[in-house]
Design a protein around this ligand. Structure first.
Ligand SMILES: [Zn+2]
Length: 257
């Protein structure tokens, strides 16, 4: 399996072989750029493909025959949208998973309590969700995740086990922070792109065309369009015989510790 460790070993072997060759039969030194370029592409792919398992294995879907899927909402709670999404889920008797941002919980503690009270699962999506989160040191990143846990525990009395990396980016420091906090890392298998979608019909079609057993759908409870398509999306899933589970139920793991 091609992961970060194996890519580094491969790079070392190729560069060593090229160096030996260079001294026995000299060639243009610019050829040495090539293995580093390929290595950089691999690392870039590993960072930005959450399902690559390049740095750490992140569960993105469940292997099951059962017609079950999981709805996830990132980046909330949002005072404009989250309550309406919770209303829609309640009417349809659907439980979802909310990967909240700690700083967005500030002032919206009641929304967090409501998610918990109504049977939804809450996961850690970092406290800051900073633009430069991926460049944080291991210590800073670990503290950021702990800050989320403390905030959540102070409101609903439990610490999350589930963690979704901000922006879906992984790297060695994200891996270390997941291990330090003993989190269960969660990705997705259907990315709705609701943060950039403009056309409701197209968004609904794009997401529903991916309906299949064990899929995990990524939405954001910070988008107007998400709450607009949600009732129809749930109706379509119901017509096709699907039901919904929270991530901890789908992946047979703990939600909280
Ligand atoms: Zn996010």
């Amino acid at each position: 399996m091609l992961n970060f460790k194996n890519a580094n070993i491969l790079l070392l072997c190729v560069v060593t072989a090229m160096t030996l060759k260079y001294f026995s039969a000299p060639f243009s030194p610019t050829y040495f750029i090539l293995p580093f370029f390929i290595w950089s592409l691999l690392v870039f792919y590993g960072c930005y493909r959450i399902d690559s398992g390049f740095f750490i294995k992140i569960k993105c879907k469940e292997d099951t025959e059962e017609k079950v899927m999981s709805l996830t909402f990132d980046d909330g709670p949002s005072p404009e949208h989250t309550a309406i999404i919770l209303d829609i889920l309640k009417v349809n008797n659907v439980k979802a998973t909310f990967f909240c941002i700690g700083r967005n919980i500030e002032g919206n503690e009641d929304l967090l309590k409501r998610m918990h009270r109504e049977g939804h699962t809450i996961g850690n999506h970092s406290y800051s969700h900073a633009f430069w989160f991926d460049l944080f040191s291991k210590t800073k990143m670990t503290r950021d995740l702990e800050q989320f846990d403390l905030k959540m525990r102070s409101i609903i009395g439990v610490r999350p086990k589930l963690f979704r990396p901000p922006y879906g980016v992984t790297n060695p420091n994200v891996k270390a922070s997941i291990i330090n906090g003993n989190y269960f890392p969660v990705g997705w298998s259907i990315r709705s792109m609701d943060t950039v979608a403009k056309d409701k019909v197209r968004l609904l079609k794009n997401v529903s065309s991916g309906f299949a057993a064990g899929e995990v759908i990524l939405f954001h409870d910070t988008c107007e369009i998400t709450k607009e398509i949600l009732p129809e999306l749930l109706a379509l899933a119901r017509e096709q015989g699907f039901h919904w589970k929270t991530i901890d139920q789908l992946f047979h793991t703990q939600a909280y510790v």
